[in-house]
Design a binder for this molecule. Sequence first.
Ligand code: C2E
Ligand code: MG
Ligand code: MG
Length: 452
Amino acid sequence: MIVCLKIGSLVVMALALAWAGVFAWWRQWHMALAELSLTVVGLAGWLLIYSGRMNSALIVIQSALLVFVVCFTLMFDVPNAGIPRITHLYLLFLALFGYINYLRRKSKVQIGLIAACLGAFVVLSCTTYALPFARVIPDDIRSAGVWINGVLATTMMWGGVWAIQREFTRPKGMALELRNAVRNNEMRLYFQPQIDHAGMIIGAEALLRWEHPKRGQVSPGEFIPVAEEAGLMPLLGGWVLQEACKTLVDWSDDPVLSRLTLAVNVSATQFKVDDFESSLLELVGVHGVNPARLKLELTESVIVHDMEPTVARIERLRGAGIGFALDDFGTGYSSLSYLRRLPLDQLKIDRSFVRESLECERSAGLVKSIIKLGLDLGFVVLAEGIETTAQHAFLLKCGCDEFQGYLFGRPMSEDDFREHVRTATFAAADASPDLLRRAVGEIRSGNERAVN
Ligand code: C2E
Ligand code: MG
Ligand code: MG
């Protein structure tokens, strides 16, 4: 912006000087003088920007230009039956310029200047008013001037709109860093165990983490909304799906890990991308992933708009063997009618319900009803965010099928998750030899094969 303004004030100076020369050549001394005063405005603006006083520079330039355009129009650019007024068109550009500055730094003075520009534009467009001592520019000059100024002012307007458009679409700050984060290998997948009613680990949810080089680990709660807004979710989500597929392939060699499902969160913007379905199926095919091991977690926001195409897409992907869960159930729009129509496998009850489940009878009743509803509709019901054994016991009693929460393991790196699964499997085998004898036998024989 500073560079643009420096160039802009130089251009104003140069143009004003050129016009001053032209008017002097035509012996229009008043106008030559007016143009010279504009050169002074350009110079003052350039000096203020140069000395780092950007805000004062912008306000001074805008105010001076506003006064100049209004005075010039009333004094010299007086319309007649053959030739309209034109100079006041620059007021629209000035208002737009003010708005760009307002986006950069909000101020009441700026709003006042924008209002003054627009007000003056309206008055000068709707009247033929001129100062009583006006010195009208000769018609032969004005007839050329309307075209030159018309084209110039419109081009400047177009430039202003283009600048605003760029400002809106340019990813800034964290969004810019996020775009590079995937390329710089700063993203990690963490895994949080999911267990069944018997306490066995049956899967994991893949949760994204950003290892920021300066800020350390950044939580998805912080960067996902930024990525959503900057339109980066398809890029980030694509990386997550690719990593999830690679992980499933790695697990497929392991007798215990190969039984696990991996749940991946998919945002609304990612799921709605046209080629989401084909690129996911291609990814699954290229990596040779068993689609039954992959589960996509959608939130209610995916479903609310465009129900029909969403249902069709879910049905096609389910047809290919991929599972679907509805994440954070109960926190969004929660219309019960869509639950009936959605081809889902699993309902994930949001952790806010779990947290409150033991606080009062009403909350307990609500959780019971949600679980019953999910089960009656034929879904597997998983409760998220379980932190205490009391919550677990209550949910088990309510008939909940699966569980996830800090009580069973926090999100962890892949190496830690492997270790966690092994330890948990051995522990469970000791507690219930019949159930797990075979699984542990397979791990041990797998270990022997690896040693040999
Ligand atoms: P989510 O999908 O509902 O994931 C569960 C969140 O609950 C995770 O937060 C997890 O760490 C947290 N959690 C699990 N158990 C407990 C518990 O016992 N107590 C408490 N207090 N929290 C628990 P996290 O990892 O910070 O993720 C937050 C959200 O960010 C996720 O909510 C999900 O919506 C989103 N997210 C994470 N990774 C991805 C991703 O790869 N793609 C997309 N689209 N969203 C993601
Ligand atoms: Mg989730
Ligand atoms: Mg959730």
